[in-house]
Design a protein around this ligand. Structure first.
Ligand SMILES: [Fe+2]
Ligand SMILES: [Fe+2]
Length: 157
């Protein structure tokens, strides 16, 4: 039997908002990527290019929001830069492989794209796990009060 879930404002503010919103955005990027990969498999290059562009834009927006809002706020609050430094390095590596995969789509090179896509998925999965299990969880406890404001700044509220 299903019970209706009723949240009051107090309960909502105790929910891990940053983790929820950012994890949801990771999933959104993954889904667009899966569609682009499917289009490459079907050799529908026009569709693949459109979807891949959509994926690139979604990921870049996500990265920029983390790099300009979440990471600096986290570093300032905790005085710890080791976690965010490592995550920034992941972003740089991911940007390179995303660029290369995009070039393979332009060249209509299915085999090369699928090889790069495997690497990209593995790297992205590891990166997202680090953020979801560590950074976002820690940010939720560090920014209990400011979570809404921060998500609004990132355009994710
Ligand atoms: Fe990230
Ligand atoms: Fe992220």
């Amino acid at each position: 039997m299903l019970y209706p879930l009723i949240f009051n404002t107090e309960m909502q503010s105790a929910m891990p908002k940053i983790t929820d919103v950012m994890t949801h955005d990771h999933k959104r990027c993954d889904e667009i990527f899966a569609q682009a990969e499917e289009a490459v498999t079907q050799e529908d290059w026009e569709k693949a290019a459109t979807l891949f562009k959509e994926f690139e834009d979604a990921v870049e927006h996500h990265f920029i929001m983390e790099e300009t809002v979440l990471f600096p706020a986290y570093t300032a609050k905790t005085n710890l830069s080791s976690v965010t430094d490592a995550l920034m390095q992941d972003h740089m590596q991911l940007r390179i492989i995303i660029f290369e995969a995009g070039e393979s789509i332009k060249a209509k090179d299915q085999e090369q794209f699928l090889g790069q896509s495997e690497t990209l998925l593995m790297m992205q999965q590891q990166h997202n796990k680090k953020e979801e299990r560590k950074l976002y969880t820690m940010a939720d406890s560090a920014f209990r009060v400011e979570a809404d404001e921060m998500l609004a700044k990132m355009g994710m509220a």
